[in-house]
Design a protein around this ligand. Structure first.
Ligand SMILES: NC(=O)c1ccc[n+]([C@@H]2O[C@H](COP(=O)([O-])OP(=O)(O)OC[C@H]3O[C@@H](n4cnc5c(N)ncnc54)[C@H](O)[C@@H]3O)[C@@H](O)[C@H]2O)c1
Length: 360
């Protein structure tokens, strides 16, 4: 039996709590969270208390001084991913890095290089890659049984506003990154082809009422993506959607169609006679829609630490970030943008420059 893995959890916010719970409550036979890192002491201590984690640190550097780990799970705001991933990888540790991988492609390349040099595994937090229905659809598409993908329609609607940093394109690349990068990863995975161009259009329906004042904020998005294979895709996003968390994909192929996801767990469809109302249960959050996938994702991390192949890694993370950047440029410029425009070594997203300067 392999020795229990020691995991350092970096970030004690929404996702840090979710992954800590998966490891401590479901995977305790394989691993333990042995340190929690968060500059917000109160948040870190509360999480540590809830799951009996003894070491609480305010920085990853402090955690590395105080303990020995087998892997690091990074669940912090996107603008911190690059520096934290480089620190963890330089310490020779396996890393699970939440999506989106980083703020731009230059940062993604540096993280990729650091993982290669360290000879450790880097897994990206696209949990749909670990969801049974999504995996079944990908395998069906790969089998060729229903032909080649012609059009892929993917949507994600988030229930409520994410944390403030995630609403601001300067610190997160906005909703396309924070909500819809899951779709960008899925369409590329299902198309099994490289994306060529993206054209995104956005609207802001609820921002003013919810007190969101960040420049370029949008809560509604529609993007079209073309692939080298000739497949077309659409990505739709709404956040806050208020009615629940909604993640669905439909792929029409040359020989059939496959659909993944539903608005709720199913099993109950109410059609009261007389008023023609149709109501059904909906998922409240990504936490319940993908509850099993999040546990599978942490289990997969433990497996890659034992030498299993990485199922969603640096190349996938970089591809999604490239689409996020091209899509954001498309929104700002009001034109279709080729992915190649944002992947050159000199491309600096103009909307990130001021925030990066303020942080340095
Ligand atoms: N896979 C998913 O389904 C999913 C869902 C939501 C968010 N996310 C991603 O997870 C990441 C975190 O999102 P969240 O919603 O948990 O954010 P959050 O704001 O709830 O939590 C982030 C935490 O990180 C802490 N933090 C900030 N800088 C830090 C640092 N240098 N070291 C350690 N901790 C630091 C903050 O104090 C905060 O407690 C983001 O990249 C986001 O895109 C993924």
């Amino acid at each position: 039996m392999s020795v229990s893995k020691r995991i350092c959890m970096v970030g004690a916010g929404r996702v840090g709590r979710l992954h800590t719970r998966s490891i401590m409550e479901r995977l305790g036979h394989r691993a333990r969270v042995t340190a929690i890192v968060d500059p917000s002491r109160e948040v870190a201590e509360e999480l540590a208390r809830d799951y009996g984690v003894e070491v609480v640190c305010s920085s990853l550097e402090e955690a590395l001084e105080r303990g020995v780990y087998d892997g690091v799970v990074i669940t912090t705001p996107t603008f911190t991913h690059h520096a934290l991933a480089l620190t963890a990888l330089a310490a020779g540790l396996h890393v699970h890095l939440e999506k989106p991988m980083a703020m731009n492609v230059v940062e993604c390349r540096e993280i990729t290089g650091a993982a290669e040099r360290a000879g450790v595994a880097l897994q990206l937090g696209y949990m749909r890659r670990f969801d049974r229905n999504f995996v079944d659809a990908a395998e069906l598409l790969r089998s060729g049984e229903i032909g080649d993908p012609m059009i892929i329609k993917s949507l994600t609607h988030g229930p409520g506003l994410p944390p403030a940093w995630a609403n601001d394109i300067r610190t997160s690349n906005g909703m396309l990154a924070e909500v819809n990068s899951h779709d960008l990863d899925t369409i590329s995975w299902f198309a099994a082809s490289e994306p060529v161009e993206i054209h995104a259009t956005v609207a802001n329906h609820k921002g003013a009422d919810r007190g969101v004042t960040s420049e370029h904020f949008y809560d509604t998005l529609l993007a079209t993506v073309t692939f080298e294979s000739g497949a077309l895709a659409s990505v739709a996003g709404v956040c806050p959607a208020d009615y629940g968390y909604d993640a669905r994909v439909e792929v029409t192929c040359t020989g059939g169609m496959v659909q993944v996801g539903d608005t709720g767990p199913g099993g109950l469809s109410v059609l009261p006679a007389g008023n023609h109302q149709h109501s059904r249960p909906v998922f409240r959050s990504w936490r319940d829609r993908f509850a099993d996938a999040y546990v599978e994702e942490m289990l997969a991390l433990l497996d890659v630490m034992d030498g299993a192949p990485v199922r969603v890694g640096a190349a996938d993370g970089t591809r999604a970030v490239a689409l996020v950047l091209a899509g954001t440029l498309s929104i700002l410029d009001g034109r279709p943008v080729r992915v190649a425009e944002v992947t050159g070594p000199d491309f600096v997203p103009s909307w990130q420059a001021a925030a990066a300067e303020a942080r340095s």
